[in-house]
Ligand binder design. Structure first.
Ligand code: NAD
Length: 302
C-alpha cells in the first residue's frame, strides 16, 4: 500500500472520533498519534490510575516530538487537547474507529470486542493492535466479524512509520480498505499481512529475540556483546535485549506462545530465560527492570 507523508490535521468535524481501548505502552502512543493527525481521541482503560498513566505517556511522547523538532508547541498542545479520557467502556457510542490495545490475551480481546460490538455504531471499524493473535480467532464470537481488522502499530508509535494491516478470512474488504486509509491518514506506511500467527513482523521479532536469549542462556556471549553484535553486525538500531525491554518481555513471551501454538515449530518455543524473567516481574522498561535496569521507571511510576 502507498505511503503518505505525515499530513496536517484534517479540518475539525471531518475527523472521525477514535476510541483507544487500553492506555498502556501502545494505547498511549496510538492515542498521541491519532490526536496529532487531527482526530478527536478517547483513551480508555479499566481504572483512573491507568488512564492517568496513559495520558502522561501520550503527553511525553508528544513532548519528545517537539524535542526532536518534528512538531512545534502549538501542534503538541492542540494534540493534547484532542485526547479525552474514559474509564470503562460505557459511553463509547460515538466512536467511528476503535483501536484495541489491551494485553495480548485472546480471551480478554474476545470479550472486549463482544462488548464493543454492542456499544459502538454499526459502521464503526473495530481494529485490534494485536501483535500475534489471529484476527479470525479474536472475532470468532462477533455477530458481524466482517467489522474486525488488525492494525498493528509499532513502539514508539510516533517514531515508527509502519502499520501492519491484517484482514482475517471474514474481514469485510471494505473495512480493511477503510482501516488502511485511516492508518495512511496517520502518516503511516501500511503493509498487508495474511492472518497468520505473528503476521510478518512479530514472527520475525520473536525468532530474533528468542535466539538471542538462548545464546545468552547457553553462554555463547554476554548481554552487551550480543546486543553490540546485532547492532554493529546487522545495522540494527537496537540490540535484541534493548528491543525486548522496549517491547515488554511478557508481551514477547505471549507472542512466542501464539506462534508455537499456531505453527508448532521448535524455534518458537519461548526460551526458559524469558519465562523466568516474566515470572520474576522483570518485564523490561515498563517494570523498571528487564535485561537492563531502568531506575526511573517501574511500578507506581508514570
Ligand atoms: N509493546 C509493544 O511493543 C507492542 C507493539 C505492537 C503491538 N503490541 C500489542 O499491543 C497490545 C497492548 O500491548 P502493550 O505493550 O501496550 O501492553 P501494556 O501492558 O503496556 O498495556 C495494556 C493496557 O491495557 C489495559 N487493560 C487491561 N485490561 C483491559 C480492559 N479490559 N479494558 C481496557 N484496558 C485494559 C491495562 O490496564 C494496560 O494499561 C497487545 O496486544 C500487544 O501485543 C505491543
Amino acid at each position: 500500500m502507498k505511503a503518505v507523508p505525515r499530513g496536517e490535521a484534517p479540518p475539525e468535524g471531518l475527523a472521525p472520533r477514535v476510541l483507544v481501548v487500553g492506555a498502556g505502552l501502545m494505547g498511549s502512543g496510538i492515542a498521541a498519534q491519532c490526536a496529532l493527525a487531527g482526530f478527536p481521541v478517547t483513551l480508555e482503560d479499566i481504572s483512573d490510575a491507568f488512564v492517568d498513566r496513559g495520558l502522561g505517556r501520550a503527553r511525553r511522547a508528544l513532548e519528545h516530538a517537539v524535542d526532536r523538532g518534528e512538531i512545534d508547541g502549538s501542534r503538541r498542545d492542540a494534540a493534547i487537547a484532542r485526547i479525552a479520557r474514559q474509564v470503562g467502556l460505557e459511553g463509547t457510542g460515538e466512536a467511528e474507529v476503535v483501536i484495541e490495545a489491551a494485553p495480548e490475551d485472546l480471551t480478554l480481546k474476545r470479550t472486549l470486542f463482544a462488548q464493543l460490538e454492542r456499544l459502538v455504531r454499526p459502521e464503526a471499524i473495530l481494529a485490534s493492535n494485536t501483535s500475534s493473535l489471529p484476527i479470525g480467532s479474536i472475532g470468532s464470537d462477533l455477530r458481524a466479524p466482517g467489522r474486525l481488522v488488525g492494525l498493528h502499530f509499532f513502539n514508539p508509535v510516533l517514531q515508527m512509520p509502519l502499520v501492519e494491516l491484517i484482514a482475517g478470512a471474514r474481514t469485510d474488504p471494505a473495512v480493511a480498505a477503510r482501516a488502511g486509509d485511516f492508518a495512511a491518514r496517520l502518516g503511516k506506511t501500511v503493509v498487508r499481512s495474511a492472518d497468520s500467527p505473528g503476521f510478518v513482523t512479530s514472527r520475525a521479532l520473536a525468532v530474533l529475540v528468542n535466539e538471542a536469549a538462548r545464546m545468552l542462556q547457553d553462554g555463547v556471549a554476554d548481554r552487551d556483546d550480543i546486543d553490540a553484535a546485532y547492532r554493529l553486525g546487522f545495522h540494527h538500531p537496537m540490540g535484541p535485549f534493548e528491543l525486548v525491554d522496549l517491547v515488554g518481555i511478557d508481551t514477547t513471551v505471549a507472542i512466542l506462545d501464539v506462534l508455537y501454538e499456531g505453527l508448532r515449530e521448535e524455534r518458537y518455543r519461548a526460551c526458559p530465560l524469558l519465562r523466568t524473567m516474566v515470572a520474576d516481574g522483570k518485564l523490561g522498561r515498563k517494570s523498571g527492570q528487564g535485561f537492563y535496569p531502568y531506575p526511573s521507571r517501574g511500578p507506581g511510576r508514570p
